[in-house]
Design a protein around this ligand. Structure first.
Ligand code: G3P
Length: 222
């Protein structure tokens, strides 16, 4: 759709773990219903099941290991994430990087299973490289701005614009998101004006006193 997308990466904050994760997902569901903006939750793996079975919004895993079923103790299997209720996964987040061959493998495997893949990248060059692998989404996030509260749309607009330009040139079907430091309605508006189709964000909403209010503010200027 052409409606902007908001993906909330729950990471591993206490404020987005367990019962708090469920409440946060309910806030996403509520604001999504009220505003018509697509809101997606990316909770920790062990919270996927409870959220997917209690909240009516898409749920993504934060990571999947590039492995086939078998003997891999402690790993995250794509099939398990899907059975738990995940409709897709983030891939290659800056806090959980994997190599190019594994990114390719996971894009193929998620596509085979009709799961959504959102590949995170750190700059225009890696975004260009990933574009040719045919992901559903590329989410560009300059690592130094992640968790900083300084919005990428203000601090490094050229990274967002450059990514949109290159990705669309290489593979026009790929949707581009941006993230890092995004928290307000102005940040989101600027992100869309730079050509992105939505945002991937975390701390600005998770650490807000009132996450529901923060989400409403986030989409208030679109
Ligand atoms: O995945 C989103 C993330 O890395 C951005 O984090 O806390 O700057 O919104 P934050």
């Amino acid at each position: 759709t052409d409606t902007p997308i908001v993906i909330l990466n729950f990471k591993t904050y206490m404020e987005s773990t367990g019962k708090n994760a469920l409440n946060l997902a309910k806030a996403l569901e509520k604001v999504s219903t009220e505003t018509g903006i697509n809101m997606i939750a990316a909770p920790q793996h062990m919270d996927i099941y409870q959220i997917a079975h209690n909240v009516d919004i898409p749920v993504l895993a934060q990571h999947i290991d590039p492995l086939n079923p078998g003997g891999h103790t402690g790993s995250i299997l794509l099939e398990c994430a899907q059975n738990s209720g995940a409709s897709g996964s983030l891939i290659n987040h800056s806090e959980k990087r994997i190599n190019l061959a594994d990114i390719d493998y996971l894009i193929r495997r998620t596509s085979e299973k009709e799961m959504i893949n959102v590949v995170c990248t750190n700059n225009v060059q890696t975004s260009s490289a990933v574009a040719s692998l045919n992901p559903d989404f590329i989410a560009v996030e300059p690592p130094e701005l992640i968790g900083s509260g300084i919005p990428v749309s203000q601090a490094e607009p050229e990274v967002v614009e450059g990514t949109v330009e290159q990705v669309k040139r290489i593979n026009p079907q790929v949707k581009v998101l941006c993230g890092a430091g995004i928290s307000t309605g102005d940040d989101m508006k600027a992100a869309l004006e730079l050509g992105s189709e939505g945002v991937l964000l975390a701390s600005g909403i998770i650490m807000a006193k009132n996450p529901e209010k923060a989400l409403l503010d986030l989409v208030s200027k679109i």
